[in-house]
Design a protein around this ligand. Structure first.
Ligand SMILES: [Ca+2]
Ligand SMILES: [Ca+2]
Length: 660
């Protein structure tokens, strides 16, 4: 029987259940809502806590804000959220942690975090925390302790050396590392300490020592106040302080490297009576007082040492020792114990940051050591999780390399991000050449499966460190919709990055833009309410308008957001898509270069359910003759799709899925 379906552009609103016949297109947009256990797509949303949703009006996103938007994430078909680092940290983005056992108070309390976890679980949404294992923030107390002296019990938690150019190879952790002087940062060991206390002593005036305070009131020029030698390596001055005063400590009157000492944390505010551990080339210190104060500088007999920080002087690398015994190292044990705490609170998995740099620097990696280390890390965390759960702990790593290089990491971990997915897909869409996509993806999965039979490819378009998908695709809405359709019909477990579903654009800092510009807050409503407060004003205000808002797009059939609703719904409810393995089509595959704009594959689930996936990435209509396929049960479509007998006609940038 000849059947004909004609779907006009962007109105593919079929109920996407594979066991149903195609339904008439509803006039109204259906915003999906899932009942318990109905979401099978394993779709994760990458969320930036600081810029997702603000609940208390301070402009900074928070746990309660996320909790209030769980219905949105549910409609988007999400069954897990990867949270940006939730810990206290030196920077707004959180990747320079200062306490792994706490939550950042900017985001709320631990009770708020727990309430978010519980509310998410009630909707079938898991919570993954972001863990940074390569380095801490410079402001972590572990580093201050490690630098307090050569005999500190924390000394070996970091890679610290007086002569790194000749000593670096003595660290077992740096086997295979290529020395790079730019990754070693001068600081002071012996930790000069500064204590400020109220006093009735006389003002000392300018003292006799070369050590001095460089002081200023914010907004005014500074002046040098020489300290008085108090003997035994101590110096002091007494002066009047009126209001907020900034200062740095200097060894002499010049600004030569190593002569300036400040706080470990940016814009640090000193408290009366609490000693401040100073660091060479440290940050500005502020003190607010009204009256007379004594500034005591002690323990100044310091030595210059260097710590290794592949990502820069604000991110000192941790030292786990040789990979073969990493699990016995103090930082490994300390970090694992913090994971125990979050597992007990209810988290479901971890995303691991920058894993290729753990055993290695910025440009040289010891992949074998990283795999050995990560295997121990996974086993340790999984053992903790399995005490209270019957399934394994989820862990996905950011191992930013090509598929062949990532493959060995599956020996250690169940999931890794597939950066090659987007590398291939952006080429497919911009070159309008789809015929090789299935072959390429299957070849990657073969590499992964050689190392782990149930390897999970964490597929994605872009993340918070990449130029936005929309920008890469020339802000062509048809290509952006089809990028979503590819992501949600390919084998793997897809991630959707905050704002991608709304078509956010922006250039990353590495490509002439700025990191904040690819981390733009969600614009929730037509009043353009957004959590902009933590981004230092580095915002593209053209993005913060009502036209792109969730409220606007969810009532617009032609919006990108509605395309995401439809295709995530299809993936969640069609077992062939959610659980399927890719296989090539006999006719339309990589040999079909005459119709190079066509990408076709099957997805076959473990229960035998099978779907035919068709994409035309070309700029003109294509008619495919598919006598061996069933074309009567359409799951979801995009653009213009019509069926006549054994032929399917796909308009430009059009996609469709048929159940077999
Ligand atoms: Ca807030
Ligand atoms: Ca490292």
């Amino acid at each position: 029987m000849k059947r004909l379906f004609l779907f006009l552009a962007f109105v593919s609103l079929l109920a996407a259940a594979c066991d149903k016949q195609p339904q008439p297109i509803p006039d109204d947009i259906v915003i999906p809502s899932y009942s318990s256990g109905e979401k099978h797509g394993n779709i994760t949303y990458q969320l930036l806590i600081y810029s997702f949703a603000d609940s208390d009006g301070d402009g900074i996103g928070d746990f309660n804000g996320i909790k209030s938007k769980l219905d949105y994430l549910d409609a988007l078909g999400v069954s897990a959220i990867w949270l940006s680092p939730a810990h206290p940290a030196d920077s707004y983005h959180g990747y320079d942690v200062t306490d792994y056992a706490a939550v950042n108070p900017k985001y709320g309390t631990e009770a708020d975090f727990k309430a978010l976890i519980d509310a998410a679980h009630a909707k079938g949404i898991k919570i993954y925390m972001d863990y940074v294992l390569n380095h801490t923030g410079k402001g972590h107390p572990w580093l201050a302790e490690a630098l307090s002296g050569a005999d500190s019990p924390y000394r070996n938690w970091y890679l610290i050396s007086e002569k790194p150019a000749s000593e670096w190879s003595s660290f077992p952790m740096l086997s295979g590392y290529s020395y790079n002087k730019d990754e070693w940062h001068a600081t002071t060991s012996g930790s000069p300490r500064l204590t400020i206390s109220s006093t009735t002593e006389s003002v000392t005036g300018s003292g006799n020592a070369s050590w001095n305070l460089w002081t200023w009131a914010p907004g005014q020029d500074g002046k040098e106040v020489k300290l008085t030698d108090g003997g035994n390596g101590s110096y002091y001055t007494v002066m009047n302080v009126s209001g907020k005063t900034g200062f740095l400590v200097r060894k002499n009157s010049t600004w030569n490297a190593g002569s300036k000492f400040g706080a470990a944390q940016q814009d640090f505010t000193a408290t009366e009576g609490v000693p401040v551990n100073l660091m060479a080339e440290g940050s500005d210190i502020y003190f607010s007082g009204n009256g007379r104060y004594r500034f005591d500088l002690t323990n100044v007999n310091t030595s210059t040492v260097y710590f290794m920080g592949a990502f820069g002087s604000w991110m000192p690398d941790l030292n786990y020792g040789a990979a073969a015994t990493a699990e016995t190292s103090a930082p490994f044990i300390a970090l694992a114990e913090t994971v125990d705490k979050w597992i007990a609170l209810g988290i479901d998995g971890l995303r691991l940051d920058a894993v290729k740099h753990i055993y290695g620097g910025m440009n040289s990696f010891n992949n074998a050591a990283n795999v050995a280390f990560l295997g121990k890390w996974y086993d340790r965390c999984n053992a903790s999780y399995r005490k209270t759960h019957n399934e394994d702990f989820y862990m996905v790593a950011e191992c930013w390399m090509d598929a062949a290089s990532v493959a060995p990491y599956y020996k250690a971990l169940p999931a890794n991000f597939e950066f090659d997915f987007w590398e291939r897909l952006k080429w497919v869409l911009n070159q309008r050449t789809g015929c090789y996509f299935c072959k390429d993806l299957m070849s990657y999965r073969k590499l992964y499966n050689a190392n782990r039979s149930n390897a999970i490819a964490a597929t994605k378009l872009t993340n918070h460190d990449e130029t936005r998908a929309a920008t890469v695709l020339g802000r062509d809405i048809s290509k952006m919709k089809q990028a979503a359709a590819f992501l949600l019909t390919a084998e793997g477990e897809p991630y959707i990055y905050q704002g991608e579903e709304l078509g956010y654009w922006g250039k990353d800092g590495d490509e002439g833009g700025r990191d904040e510009l690819v981390r733009t807050p969600i614009v929730w409503d037509k009043a353009a309410t957004a959590a902009t407060g933590d981004l230092g004003g580095h915002l593209d205000y053209d993005l913060l308008k009502d036209g792109i808002s969730v409220e606007k797009q969810k009532t617009d059939k032609e919006s990108l957001l509605v395309t995401y609703f439809n295709w995530t719904r299809a993936r969640n409810t069609c077992k062939a898509l959610s659980d399927g393995k890719m296989s090539a089509h006999a006719k339309y595959n990589d040999s079909n270069t005459l119709d190079g704009s066509i990408a076709v594959w099957y997805m076959t689930a473990s229960n035998g359910e099978k779907a035919l996936v068709l994409h035309n990435v070309g700029s003109s209509e294509k008619t495919l003759d598919l006598p061996s396929d069933k074309l009567d049960k359409q799951v979801v479509s995009l653009g213009s799709v019509s069926v006549s007998g054994s032929t399917v006609t796909l308009g430009a940038s059009s996609s469709v899925v048929f159940l077999q």
